[in-house]
Design a binder for this molecule. Structure first.
Ligand code: S3P
Ligand code: PEP
Length: 652
């Protein structure tokens, strides 16, 4: 599991390949609960292993349901035949709606005392409409903090034996109707659920009915209005049951296939799926993507000619996958308006605000209302820029924004939040994407690496990063602000907010071109001093990674291959003897008309080498995977050609 505070994603050039999907969250948690309530043993195969299913499994264990391993990706649930063994328990259900809502319903009718709680956000997610329906049936449920919200205390109650119908509202979440339907067989009498008003997320009710059917309970229905569970309905184990791949998880890869070259194929869901979120593929097709489908797979590729086009899409039936249309829309021509998404506001976070805020951080243009979100794609993708993406403990925000790497590198905060439904999402993502290549050239001061790096970048038509310049600029900015170079916190603050930009071959700090000021020996010492401070290196990390833009980057520094771009496609350690470097620096200074003493330069270089090699953070050394380029006896052209040769790229 991923507990990193952040994950920096490089920009990507393209995506293609096949992804085997993890199991469906919606199916996994329904199957687990029904297998627990059923008579007999159920072997569940391809179960999703994630936070949400772990919460359900933990709850079932506490309720006395025995679950035993049954080989790779499979478990056996020993059903209780409708009689939950443990009559008193405190259950923590995290932020799993598919655990919280159905367990509330089942336990309210189970005749025990149960305390149900979740993460703070779960206590802000409404459950009042389900509680009202269960109270109508005679259940004793207390909302312990705020009426209509968890945490809940359920107590044994004399259930109302005469209520033949139970009304439930379904305009906030379909999980209320789902929970009620799944629990009704515990009443052992005929009850009809009447849906009051609008029902959202309808396809999830189909998943519920289909799963109940697999466990032997057929629900009679009148459209979307009435659902009747007959007396005598009992869950019976189907023996072995397979969990389909997750159609919502598929959306990220299909979205990628549609925008980034493709094709990308997902395996585990397809035309035969019971999950409504496969209809996300229709929305992509409406945007012009090429979609093909088999019974158990879906493939997406961009339009053959031209680009995707914006659409207006009613998302009421695909609330989860619809979020993926937001990043996809950025790469389309014309605006995309998503409607019917009011429920986004009561999910893992307020998803309308979260998606809009984070897209704006990258430079995107978004408009929102209470129940719509409109994306205005930029005229030019260059308008988008690197930023830190807040994920609000919402797996889908983290996964959605990974698609934005087709435009810019970015930082995902708390990437581990994908564990709610897709623990190793970013590994799968890396497997089907090709990151922008980086040639990392590290080496000591005055080795000539700056010149070689620039020439390699020019030859390839790639971007160029002079990372040393960022350290020099930090030292210069600190000096201008009167901040001591050893004041770590203050210098790190300056580094994080450095108003730097590079234009016309010049380096600007604010409005001032500072190339001459930063290229002095003194600022060289400043760079090495501030560069030894871990907080400063940390503050400059994302700024450096932001340079990794298509078609490629050639980066010059001291920790390019080891720290900043550990996945660099080519790593070079470029050096020369101290004597040769001192001579080169001496000549440079003479040419610029500065006076200097060769012996002093040599001494300074040797001191700096020692300081750089000895520092505890990112010490200067040749990494095991870097190729050594000793340039003492090479011309610049020879050195450039050697790097080009190692990188496998030809000059453009
Ligand atoms: O029943 C289900 O499995 C789900 C129903 C949907 O919720 P709403 O009905 O609250 O929209 C969906 O967003 C959620 O991820 C899973
Ligand atoms: C809304 C979601 O989850 P939950 O099952 O907790 O409602 C989701 O997975 O997007």
């Amino acid at each position: 599991m991923n507990h990193l505070p952040f994950l920096d994603l490089p920009a990507i050039l393209s995506a293609g390949g096949t992804v085997r999907l993890p199991g469906s969250k919606s199916l996994s948690n329904r199957i687990l609960l029904l297998a627990a309530l059923a008579e007999g043993e159920t072997e569940v195969r391809d179960l999703l292993k994630s936070d949400d299913t772990d919460r359900m499994l933990e709850a079932l264990a506490q309720l006395g349901i025995r679950v035993t391993p049954a080989g790779e990706g499979a478990i056996t649930v020993h059903g209780c035949g409708g009689k939950i063994p443990v009559k008193e328990a405190q259950l923590f259900l995290g932020n799993a709606g598919t655990a919280f809502r159905p367990l509330t319903a089942a336990l309210a009718l189970a005749g025990g005392a149960y305390h149900l709680s979740g993460v703070p956000r779960m206590h802000e997610r409404p459950i009042g409409d389900l509680v009202d329906a269960l109270r109508h049936l005679g259940a004793d449920i207390e909302c312990l903090a705020n009426e209509g919200y968890p945490p809940l205390q359920i107590r044994p109650a004399a259930l109302n034996a005469t209520a033949a119908t139970v009304p439930v509202k379904g305009n906030v979440s379909s999980q209320f109707l789902t929970g009620l339907l799944m629990a009704l067989p515990l009443l052992y009498r005929t009850v009809t659920v009447e849906v009051v008003g609008e029902l959202i997320s309808k396809p999830y009710i189909e998943i519920t009915l289909a799963t109940m059917g697999r466990f032997g309970v057929d629900v009679a229905r009148e459209g979307w209005q009435k659902f009747t569970v007959q007396a005598g309905s009992r869950y019976k184990s189907p023996g072995v049951i397979y969990v389909e791949g997750d159609a919502s998880s598929a959306s990220y890869f299909l979205g990628l296939g549609a925008i980034a070259g493709g094709p990308v194929r997902v395996e585990g869901v397809g035309a035969d799926s019971v999950q409504g979120d496969i209809r996300f593929a229709d929305a992509l097709a409406a945007m012009g993507a090429r979609i093909t489908m088999g019974p158990n797979w879906i493939e997406a590729a961009p339009p053959l000619n031209g680009s995707l086009k914006g659409i207006e899409q009613d998302c009421l039936a695909i609330p989860d996958a619809a979020m993926t249309l937001v990043p996809v829309a950025v790469f389309a021509k014309g605006l995309t308006k998503l409607t019917g998404i009011a429920s986004w506001r009561v999910k893992e976070t307020d998803r309308i605000d979260a998606m809009a805020n984070e897209l704006r951080k990258l430079g995107g243009t978004v408009e929102t209302t209470a129940d719509t979100l409109t994306v205005y794609p930029p005229a030019n993708l260059d308008e988008l820029h690197c930023a830190e993406i807040e994920t609000y403990d919402d797996h889908r925000i983290a996964m959605c924004f990974s698609l934005m790497t087709l435009a810019t590198p970015l930082r995902i905060l708390d990437p581990g939040c994908t564990a709610k439904t897709f623990p190793n999402y970013f590994d799968r993502f890396a497997e089907v994407t090709t990151a922008v290549p980086v040639i990392a050239i590290d080496g000591p001061s005055a080795s000539g690496k700056g010149t070689v790096t620039q020439r390699v970048a020019e030859a390839l038509g790639w971007h160029y990063l002079d990372s040393g310049a960022l350290y020099r600029l930090t030292a210069l900015a600190a000096r201008k602000a009167g901040v001591d170079w050893n004041n770590e916190a203050a210098v790190a603050h300056i580094a994080a907010h450095l108003p730097v930009h590079f234009a016309g071959g010049l380096t600007f700090l604010g409005d001032e071109a500072v190339d001459d000021q930063m290229r002095t020996e003194e600022m060289g010492i400043g760079a090495s001093t501030v560069g030894a401070l871990p907080a400063v290196r940390e503050a400059l990390l994302l700024r450096q990674r932001a340079f990794r833009q298509a078609p490629g980057l050639v980066a010059d520094g001291r920790d390019m291959g080891s720290v900043v771009f550990p996945d660099a496609t080519t790593k070079v350690f470029l050096t020369a003897s101290a004597a040769v470097r001192a001579e080169r620096r001496y000549k440079q200074l003479m040419e610029k008309g500065f006076s200097a003493k060769l012996q002093n330069i040599l001494q300074d270089l040797e001191d700096r080498d020692a300081r750089d090699a000895a520092r505890s953070v990112a010490p200067l050394r040749q990494e095991a995977d870097a190729k050594l380029l000793e340039t003492s006896h090479l011309t610049i052209v020879q050195a450039v050609n050697q790097v080009l040769d190692w990188s496998g790229n030809k000059a453009s």
